[in-house]
Ligand binder design. Structure first.
Ligand SMILES: O=C(O)c1[nH]c(=O)[nH]c(=O)c1Cl
Length: 309
């Protein structure tokens, strides 16, 4: 079976890539992703200036996934624009994730990305749940609409957004109605971590991460059904846009389910953090085996064809 696919008319060897934030904060990590069999790569969400992020421990792997409150540690936007300027786009696409701490910061970063005239794809992160005192724009529809109106106008080129998970059909409807207003908003990445979960260590009777009294974003097995729901909800509501699935992927079967739900590309976070970039070989092998068993030769044979009862 063939895993080749296209994204915004760009050819990719396969639909797999990292989730922003995982294995992508430093150039050496990004180089490892470019060397890996991933079909594409995305940079750590950047802010205007470099940030240390939250005090450690701020990430914890768990039997069923992960919890994190990293606090947007990153090298600042210029570092990632420089990386994007040196990337070989013939090899695989590169996405630049932007998560400015204010609308003005986002506009400054987006303007710099536009000035650089690079083939990189902008993924505007509206869903970081871990910066104290900063409510995430994805849960404030007025703010989200304002951010998008200004960024869409300033950037003028095709871009995408990284959304938090929603859990209510009215929220799916309201968010989709906003996204559909922007013609150059070309793709939607669902989902970011499920924000502000709390993991307790019974033996020590304590939280397991330091920031925010132990509250942090959940990833891994915990979030797969929510991720699939958000992928399918926006696939149904935004027919003109491309969906990138993210959340709960650790096997080829999970990749298959995201594609069936309507995703075009599939991002891997927690499982990549734990297994490393060789995971992309395993996931492709498992996906090919599953496709062969089902008699599919290409991804378009089943992508978006989830049946209902
Ligand atoms: O704490 C983080 O850096 C972080 N952690 C997440 O789980 N999602 C995000 O978008 C970000 Cl920006």
């Amino acid at each position: 079976p063939e895993l080749a696919t296209t994204f915004l008319e760009q050819p990719l060897d396969n639909p797999l890539m990292n989730a922003a934030g995982v294995w992508c904060t430093l150039a050496a990590q990004l180089d490892a992703l470019v060397e890996s069999s991933a079909g594409a790569a995305v940079t750590k969400s950047c802010t205007l200036s470099r940030r240390d992020g939250n005090p450690e421990p701020r990430y914890r792997a768990l039997p069923l996934g992960s919890i994190n409150s990293m606090g947007l540690p990153n090298e600042g936007h210029v570092y990632y624009l420089d990386y994007a300027a040196c990337h070989d786009y013939e090899r695989k696409p590169l996405f630049v994730s932007v998560s400015g701490l204010s609308l003005d910061d986002n506009l400054t970063i987006v303007a710099a990305l536009r000035e650089a005239v690079l083939p990189a794809f902008l993924e505007l992160n509206l869903s970081c749940p871990n910066v104290e005192g900063k409510p995430q724009p994805g849960y404030d529809f007025e703010a989200m609409d304002q951010f998008l109106a200004e960024v869409a106008t300033a950037y003028r080129r095709p871009f995408g957004v990284k959304l938090p998970p929603y859990f209510d059909f009215v929220h799916f409807d309201n968010a989709a109605e906003i996204l559909n207003r922007y013609d150059n908003l070309a793709f939607i990445t669902c989902i970011n971590s499920i924000g502000n979960g709390l993991v307790i260590d019974t033996e020590s009777e304590s939280t397991v991460i330091r920031p925010k009294d132990g509250f942090g974003g959940l990833g891994g097995d915990y979030v797969l059904p929510t991720a699939l729901a958000n992928v399918n909800a926006f696939h149904r509501r935004c027919p003109g846009k491309t969906i990138i699935g993210c959340g709960g992927v650790s096997t080829g079967e999970h990749v298959f389910q995201h594609l069936l739900a309507g995703a075009t590309l599939v991002q891997v976070g927690t499982a990549l953090h734990e297994e490393g970039p060789s995971i992309f070989d395993r996931l492709q092998k498992e996906l090919r085996e599953l496709m062969a068993k089902k008699g599919y030769t290409r991804i378009e044979d089943f992508r978006g064809r989830l049946k209902t009862l």
